[in-house]
Design a protein around this ligand. Structure first.
Ligand code: NAD
Length: 545
């Protein structure tokens, strides 16, 4: 390819505006039409390796979580042979892609962002709504806005990275080259955000890497459309290889490849820990040290000071804990409320929780839909059953569930007098929040409790009007959350505004979608050029007096 003489700049990114889907809007009509199409089609999802669609004939169904007898797609599963082909395809595409000029790579992602902002928007949103059981709004902020933002801000951050150049003293020109990593990146993504699939596979690719992408088992339809979107935008064959199948098999094959250059993971802590262990055990076998980036579990808190505004707390709990059925990594799942506020909050909070509408996402009046699968349903309901039996906890709202048509669990509030009751500590990943009511005088002690109760440190929020209380919470909870909110719910981070990620058992905190994350996917080469090289090895100090 010929090189362009010029230093083009990436258009300044702005966050994609969230469409409302209010009655009468064009976007609502377009989305409803697309929902109808996707509800009456069964998609056959192949593996996509080296740009080839591969159908192994060994398939799994993708169903609607809210109507689990409805099959949306069948997905071909990779075996050892196809996994090997994906590694070869990534290797085969590496040289040309990693040496393609960065602005040509960026252009593909900017084009994908514009396609998604326009003609592809409702395809991705409808697939996310039907396959992952999200409301129109939850899909819009995920599979439209966040992916668009990841791609547009990503291109902007890439430009900044490539622009980071060293000083040069007289007679010398120092340069930095930000090379792609040598080998392939293994991107492993969860079910809960289509945008995470796009980001974890797309961002390393934008920086010149080639990728083997294993999407979550229950987000295959939307994730497949992400790949098709990138193909439509011009992504060359072999740059991102889409491999569905048994997670354990794919992972054990890929993590032991000499060419493994990095892992870009989001999912649960236990799975990430097992990846790290395997890589550690295999460390002498790789061509280079694999970069390991993982965003994992959370036990996100809301801590309320007696000076807080009651209705703001109520709204933050309802939205923070129950939107998308509590299946956001950032979802609030434990709250600490002072006794003085609880006496006025309890009734309205229960009433509002019981009033939340739940059902099929195609009915736009629903605030909530179903949880993702039977395994999640069984796990979440076991915590509810446990609380019902326990004399240390009480279910004060919700607590009912029904999986006859879809995996539906009513939004549930557990109140406990035991601050380390199991539901205050474990990540449940469903529409369940646990509440501990503390004596008003115990503010400082409660902050310590928030910090020490869970091994995670993803998101958290403080509600207070008293500025000293806010300052104290910021200080005591410095390491308790990677995303910390003041008088706002702990969910809803926006690319470019609140870079997302947590520490402790919540991950490596490389901040998805930020320049910090992009830096993990390049390996810098320092180049020094001396204009007039010395011709004599002797230094002046060696001269005769
Ligand atoms: P998960 O850990 O079950 O799956 C994540 C990915 O790992 C999937 O692709 C899955 O197929 C794969 N996987 C599962 N078991 C595996 C195994 N034994 N070996 C190899 N791969 C395996 O997580 P999930 O249910 O898809 O998503 C929910 C989890 O993700 C929650 O713990 C949530 O907190 C976390 N999450 C974190 C963030 C964050 O930014 N910190 C964001 C989203 C989700």
């Amino acid at each position: 390819m010929t090189v362009m003489n010029g230093n083009p700049t990436i258009p300044a990114p702005v966050n994609d505006p969230i469409l409302t889907y209010a009655p009468g809007t064009l976007e609502r009509a377009e989305l409803q039409a697309e929902l109808e199409v996707q509800s009456t089609t069964v998609v056959d999802i192949p593996l996509v390796i080296g740009g080839e669609e591969i159908r192994t004939g060994n398939t799994r169904n993708v169903v609607m979580p809210h109507a689990h007898s409805h099959v949306l797609a069948t997905v071909h599963q990779a075996g050892t042979k196809e996994i090997g082909q994906a590694v070869s395809a990534a290797a085969g595409a590496h040289h040309e892609w990693s040496t393609t000029h960065w602005e040509d790579r960026a252009a593909i992602f900017l084009r994908a962002a514009d396609l998604l902002a326009g003609p592809w928007r409702q395809k991705l949103n409808a697939a996310t709504m039907l396959g992952q059981s999200k409301t129109a709004f939850q899909a819009e902020i995920d599979s439209a806005c966040e992916i668009i933002d990841f791609f547009r801000f990503g291109a902007h951050f890439a430009e900044r990275i490539y622009g980071m150049q060293p000083l040069s003293e007289a007679g010398v020109w120092n340069r930095a080259e930000y090379r792609a990593l040598e080998g392939f990146i293994y991107a492993v993504t969860p079910f809960n955000f289509t945008a995470i699939g796009a980001n974890l596979s797309g961002t390393p690719a934008m920086m010149g890497n080639t990728v083997v992408w294993k999407p979550g088992r229950t987000s295959m339809l939307s994730n497949y459309y992400v790949l098709k979107l990138l193909e439509e935008a011009g992504l060359p064959a072999g740059v991102i290889n889409f491999v569905a199948g048994d997670a354990g098999l794919i992972t054990s094959e890929l993590l032991t490849q000499k060419e493994l250059a990095g892992v870009h993971f989001t999912g649960s802590t236990a799975v990430f820990n097992s990846f790290w262990k395997t890589i550690g055990g295999n460390i002498g076998e790789y061509g280079s040290y694999p970069r390991i980036v993982g965003e994992t579990g959370g036990k996100n808190f809301i801590v309320v000071h007696p000076s807080a505004e009651l209705n703001a707390v109520k709204t933050a709990i309802v939205r923070g804990a129950f939107e998308y059925q509590g299946q956001k990594c950032s979802a609030a799942s434990r709250a600490y409320v002072p006794a003085s506020l609880w006496k006025d909050l309890e009734g309205p909070l229960i009433e509002e929780t019981e009033s939340l509408t739940m059902g099929d996402p195609r009915d736009f009046t629903n605030f909530m839909n179903a949880v993702i699968d039977q395994k999640a349903y069984d796990k979440i309901t076991s915590y509810i059953d446990e609380a019902k039996k326990s004399n240390e906890a009480e279910v004060i709202a919700g607590g009912t569930y029904d999986d006859s048509e879809g995996w539906f669990i009513r939004p549930t509030i557990i109140q406990t007098k035991k601050p380390d009751y199991i539901s205050m500590c474990d990540e449940i990943f469903g529409p369940v929040i646990s509440i501990f009511v503390y004596d008003d005088g115990d503010w400082a002690k409660t902050l310590q409790l928030v910090d020490a109760t869970s091994p995670y440190a993803l998101t958290g929020a403080v509600f207070a009007k008293d500025i000293r209380a806010i300052r104290e919470a910021c200080d005591t909870l410095r390491n308790s959350a990677g995303n910390f909110y003041i008088n706002d719910k702990p969910t809803g981070a926006v690319v470019g505004q609140q870079p997302f990620g947590g520490g402790r058992a919540s991950g490596t905190n490389d901040k998805a979608g930020s320049i910090m994350n992009l830096l993990r996917w390049v390996s810098a080469r320092s180049i020094k050029e001396t204009f007039v090289p010395p011709l004599d090895y002797r230094y002046p100090f060696m001269d005769d007096e």
